[in-house]
Design a protein around this ligand. Structure first.
Ligand code: ZN
Length: 148
């Protein structure tokens, strides 16, 4: 990172903090040459990959769309946004080095995360993505997953 004043590359980090939205890190740096102080921001690399949908259709990965579908599963479940952000983070960590994935694989990643946090959200998500048709589908799924 260049000092914006003298273009020296040697800097010292004085302070690091996570920004309010939790998505980037703000660092206060000091130039070792001219003692100028400046801020830098670091962000997670944006995930970019193609999703193969059923019937072989391809679609570009869309972070907002995935986030929206997860948010829906947590509707009225009193789970904090931080926890949902964390779910997204865990899923995106698995996607970041991939170029292509099937939609089914993404659902499995989501379900894996939801199962750890909230049974209702987990069952809701599964019901949409495995296309449950009736009460029996729910009962069969719950029996299989929770042995109840
Ligand atoms: Zn400098």
């Amino acid at each position: 990172m260049y000092c914006p004043t003298c273009w020296n590359t040697d800097t010292k980090v004085l302070d690091s903090r996570i920004t309010e939205d939790g998505k980037s890190i703000k660092r206060r740096r000091e130039c070792l040459n001219c003692s100028n102080r400046f801020n830098t921001f670091e962000k997670y690399e944006k995930v970019s990959l193609m999703i193969e949908k059923t019937l072989g259709k391809m679609e570009e990965y869309n972070e907002e769309k995935l986030y929206g579908s997860i948010l829906k599963a947590f509707n009225k479940r009193w789970v904090s946004v931080k926890i949902i952000d964390n779910v997204m983070f865990h899923i995106e960590q698995k996607l970041v080095n991939k170029r292509k994935i099937t939609s089914r694989e993404i659902w499995e990643y989501v379900l894996e995360e939801l199962k750890k946090i909230d049974e209702v959200a987990y069952i809701r998500y599964a019901s949409v993505y495995y296309d449950f048709q009736n009460g029996n589908d729910y009962v069969a799924f719950i029996k299989k997953e929770f042995g109840k």
